[in-house]
Design a protein around this ligand. Sequence first.
Ligand code: HEC
Ligand code: HEC
Length: 273
Amino acid sequence: MSIDRRQALTKIIGLSTAAAGVALMGTSAFAATDADGNYRLEIGEKLKYVPLDAMKTAKLAYETGGGCMHQVFHSIITMLAQSNSIDVDKFAAIPTALAGYGWAGVVGQGTLCGNLNAAGMLINILDDINGQNDAIIGASFRYYETQDLPLSSAEFITGIGSTAEKTLEVGSSSIANSPLCHSSISNWSAASGKPFAKKGERCKRLSASLAYHIVELLNRAYGGEDISALPEARPSEEAQACQSCHGVSETMGPAASVKTDMECTTCHTGHFN
Ligand code: HEC
Ligand code: HEC
């Protein structure tokens, strides 16, 4: 299909003929395009989510290479680029290859898991979903921290197009206890007896599991569910207790200010027990 740039611009920005004269004067119409008139995502811009098939997305994530962050980001963006969102063309224009840096906790550093990095990168550009965007990010992080992963039911394994035979390569599921790639991998290694170098199938399935869960959360929020009301969208009760003194805008006396929803006691012992 070939459309000239003016047509593309009109299509993407959705200008009506009547509004075109006015809108073209506005900075935002120009800011969202490069000098040649090609659409380019702008900082602060938000794109419309529509519900996706969670299992199809998980299967695509499983089949997609390029590391865990790319698997999750690319699969969900690709599904949205083929959806009935009014922003399909904008989703299609996003260079998902940029997410390739997220493998093994940011280019091999073992810090933030790429699956969660992808959740943040994605949800940050999604238009408001019934006020639940932040809660979905929180719920994705807490899910990754607390759940026994990757998902390993027969239904899920068939759904993503894997096999029971490949489950032998996973060895064992495990709980990360943290959003860090390092703890996720090392707890899996402790559970399965396998080294980092053998993580292939396990991490592919983990990305499929996270893509599945993130899409489910997005769909549920779209359907009107109050994700923020669920305990799994919030820090644990223990972490909330720590935050009550180690606040973001105020702290108790000399207590240092803390801005994180991670589980504190995986790294700190806590000091009142
Ligand atoms: C009742 C308020 C309160 C709660 C609850 C609280 N803290 Fe603190 N925390 C403080 C104060 C005050 C300091 C500073 C103490 C000082 O400078 O002597 C502090 C200091 C710290 C320090 C600095 C090192 C140290 O031990 O002095 C760490 C780490 C810390 N808190 C972690 C935590 C964690 C983790 C939790 C939850 C398990 C927690 N805190 C809960 C008030 C609190
Ligand atoms: C992934 C590990 C990790 C997690 C989870 C974590 N922290 Fe920390 N925290 C650190 C590290 C590392 C430092 C820096 C310690 C140092 O420099 O000695 C730190 C520093 C602090 C300090 C200042 C320490 C001081 O000596 O004054 C406080 C207070 C603190 N963290 C509280 C918290 C609270 C509350 C939470 C949970 C809401 C939390 N941390 C979660 C790793 C973590």
